[in-house]
Ligand binder design. Structure first.
Ligand code: SF4
Length: 324
């Protein structure tokens, strides 16, 4: 007896997807610290917002805490996550003589510096971002309380009343929707023509490229899977972008175990992408799960190349060179 023929499914992989240079650097920071100094390595907050990554580092000896007061007095390294931290955190780490390693993505640090420069120049600062996200908490925490006003929506941008519209600047979270942010920036610029900001916004290359790839694929597939954790901002935005671009069904999943197979009934073309903190192995597991049920044809659609983008490790972890 021959096995019944499996239905056909055309999978379109979005490229780029998955890990960005900031996430690679953050994970490498913890792994290299574990290798050089041995466990434990303390990590304040999830190093990147991905359950698989966090669990895998935990098995290697990383201990995740939310606040420094959960860490006993220790010589072990204490790593700050890729999202960045308020200034009070390195100050507290120094007071407690911790060996701190800062895995803040350099593109987040760039936003911190922008905010500081605006503040030094006497500008009132609006930050476009999501309340409570650790990156936003970190950026607001670069300056005294009240120095940065958070704006989350176009409605808030319409109502925002600065003290002096001629001394106004804006910065943004790095992982926002490019379209939603453009609408908020346009509202601010229309109301306050003198507002100073980055050339476009502070949304990073990785967030931008992953959204551009989803924009290309979403209109030509029946469903889109975004691999990522629910607390990952850039992954959530990818799901929203897929929906906005007309994809009838878009879902965010941690991995293959989360797949609701009823969602794919009648689907003949399926898009797959992954947030910047999601490892490619999770995409491969999903492909394997589909291959058990379907005869697959797999294509890739690319929106940008990220070849050669690389951020060096924090200085204490860099391999010694002859010159050093
Ligand atoms: Fe850095 Fe962007 Fe990656 Fe965040 S998503 S870690 S800002 S490159």
């Amino acid at each position: 007896m021959t096995a019944p023929r499996k239905p056909e499914l055309h999978i379109v992989l979005c490229s780029p997807r998955g890990f960005c240079a900031g996430v690679v650097r953050a994970i490498d920071t913890v792994e290299r610290a574990l290798k050089l100094y041995g466990p434990p390595v303390y990590v304040r907050h999830e190093i990147v917002h991905n359950r698989h990554v966090v669990e895998s580092l935990r098995t290697k000896g990383a201990i995740f805490v939310e606040e420094l007061d959960e860490i006993p007095d220790t010589d072990a390294p204490v790593v700050f996550s890729a999202h960045g931290v308020p200034k009070s955190i390195p100050a507290e780490a120094e007071r407690r003589n911790f060996f701190a390693l800062d895995a803040t993505c350099p593109l987040v640090t760039k936003v911190h510096r922008e905010a500081e420069i605006h503040f030094k120049r006497g500008r009132e600062i609006a930050m476009i971002g999501h309340a409570g996200h650790p990156e936003v908490v970190g950026t607001l925490g670069q300056l005294p309380p009240g120095a940065v006003i958070l704006i989350e929506t176009v409605e808030q941008a319409k109502k925002f009343q600065p003290n002096d519209a001629s001394k106004l600047a804006f910065v943004t979270q790095t992982t926002l929707s490019i379209d939603d942010t453009a609408a908020i920036v346009a509202t601010l610029k229309a109301r306050f023509p003198d507002i100073i900001g980055p050339h476009k916004e502070d949304i990073c290359y990785a967030t931008t490229n992953r959204q551009l790839a989803v924009k290309k694929v979403a209109p030509v597939v029946d469903a889109m899977i975004v691999v990522g954790s629910p607390n990952s901002s850039n992954s959530q935005r990818l799901r929203e972008v897929a929906e906005h671009e007309g994809c009838p069904r878009a879902v965010l999943v941690n991995g293959a175990a989360d797949l609701d197979w009823s969602m794919f009934e009648g689907v003949s073309r399926l898009g797959i992408t992954a947030g910047a903190s999601a490892p490619e192995v999770l995409v491969e597991e999903i492909l394997d799960a589909f291959a058990e049920k379907y005869t697959l044809r797999v294509d890739s659609v690319s929106a940008a190349s990220e070849d050669g983008i690389f951020f060096p490790l924090p200085r204490p972890l860099r391999p010694a060179t002859a010159a050093e």
